[in-house]
Ligand binder design. Structure first.
Ligand code: MTE
Ligand code: CO
Length: 419
């Protein structure tokens, strides 16, 4: 389109847009968001824009610079064994952009040359094998979306409301599409011995992360993945290879995967004894609690995403279950007195984040907003009190209690606990 033609188009568009503005002013939202309904010729209208390939690997607009993974510096002693959080309140739909996926490393990010990387399968197999990345690319492939949630997500919130923002209370989660080879295919290639009952995946990072995985899960839906959202895994997500363990706690999704040992019993590694277990009131510990139970959070409004305008608004959030699909999400605006069913804005996929919306009218009164996820097995997300009745006060991991945001008269929201 010539620049003249484009201007003509914009003029027509402005008239149409003006109509739109008038129409939506009655809801109060668009007029105040735009500041003014005046249409003017802007700088970017008057000269040529940047050429193609000015960014050979595209990056977001500079006006989105506030959309970032963030960490909480005092949370960990070092920044190599640490965590950054997904900005859930800035996203929509159910997938997470690769550059915003939260990170959890125990020994920093390993920068691995794929040409030098190997995956070994050893132990109780007929034929121990070592694969190059090229070898792996020649196996039949599989694709699937899955959420990954760290077992420590919401861990700070066990004893009461702590961190102010869903990025920090719930942001140790992401959901992307993985491409790779089914673990079953690779294990069949090596040939399992009859007493092969457990696996121990191991990472090539300085932490040498390792966990025990029962054979049933390994043969069910695990993937040895090399791509996320269509492109190579990012270094922080385990480039060039990671294990995908749908629905199970993030710690088992070994990144920088270099070895899978097959055995007849679990290894009782550090990450499944000292860590990622739940200390009960009687001093015993729950162990091997792999599945991430149904959970949800309202991402908007929330402390980092206050309400700006009275009248018509869209409440939005995410729900998920490690046991399958989300069946229903209930939302309350008055601290649990009345519940309404939210719209599941599909697709609703197995062991994936699911987006929900609830349009509502805000009259400027304070609100206590909560969401509650029910999954396809009928499991209902518990309140924090219900959870503490069963698990006591010592837990860190596996907190799937209902989150409350207190929205004040000025639209700002804060993390509170009421049940
Ligand atoms: N794998 C290795 N090799 N090293 C690690 O530190 N961290 C685990 C898991 N896999 C880890 C690892 C933990 S605790 C989680 S929650 C997930 O990776 C985080 O994955 P992400 O960084 O892609 O979000
Ligand atoms: Co984790």
């Amino acid at each position: 389109m010539s620049s003249l033609g484009r201007r003509g188009f914009l003029k027509g568009g402005a008239a149409a847009l003006g109509g739109g503005l008038l129409a939506s002013t009655s809801t109060g939202s668009v007029a105040s968001a735009a500041g003014s309904s005046e249409i003017k010729v802007e700088d970017w209208n008057q000269s040529l824009g940047d050429p193609v390939v000015y960014n050979a690997y595209g990056v977001p607009s500079e006006f989105e610079a506030h959309v970032q993974r963030r960490n909480v510096e005092w949370l960990t002693v070092t920044q190599e064994s640490s965590v950054s959080f997904t900005p859930l309140h800035e996203l929509d739909g159910f997938t997470t952009p690769n550059g915003l996926c939260f990170e959890r490393h125990h020994g920093g990010v390993a920068q691995i040359d794929p040409g030098a990387h190997r995956l070994m399968i050893n132990g109780l197999v007929e034929k121990p094998l070592i694969f190059t990345m090229e070898d792996l690319m020649r196996f039949p492939r599989t694709n699937r979306f899955a959420f990954l949630e760290c077992a420590a997500n919401s861990g700070m919130e066990w004893r009461g409301a702590q961190l102010n923002g869903c990025q920090f209370t719930h942001g140790m989660i992401h959901c992307v599409q993985y491409t790779g080879v089914s673990l079953r295919t690779l294990l069949n290639e090596a040939g399992l011995k009859t007493n092969a009952k457990w696996l121990m995946p191991e990472g090539a990072d300085s932490a040498g992360m390792n966990r025990s995985i029962p054979m049933e899960k390994a043969l069910d839906d695990c993937i040895v993945a090399f791509k996320m959202n269509g492109e190579a895994l990012r270094p922080e997500q385990g480039y060039p290879l990671r294990l995908v363990v749908p629905g199970w706690e993030g710690n088992m999704w070994v990144k920088w995967l270099r070895r899978i040992e097959v055995g007849d019993q679990p290894w009782h590694t550090r990450e499944e004894s000292s860590k990622y277990t739940d200390l009960m009131e009687d001093g015993s510990a729950r162990r091997f609690t792999w599945i991430m139970d149904a959970k949800s959070v309202i991402t908007n409004p929330s402390p980092q995403a206050p309400l700006k305008t009275k009248g018509h608004n869209i409440l939005s959030g995410l729900a998920w279950s490690g046991r399958g699909k989300v069946k229903r999400v209930d939302v309350t605006l008055d601290g649990g007195k009345n519940w309404q069913q939210a719209e599941l804005a599909g697709p609703v996929l197995d062991k994936c984040l699911t987006r929900f919306y609830l349009p509502f009218n805000w009259n400027g009164n304070p609100m206590l907003v909560q969401s509650r996820c029910i999954d396809e097995t009928g499991y209902v997300q518990p309140t924090k009190d219900e959870l503490r009745k069963v698990r006591g006060l010592n837990s860190i991991y596996h907190n799937n209690g209902i989150q409350t945001w207190h929205v004040r008269e000025n639209g700002e929201a804060e993390n509170v606990e009421i049940s």
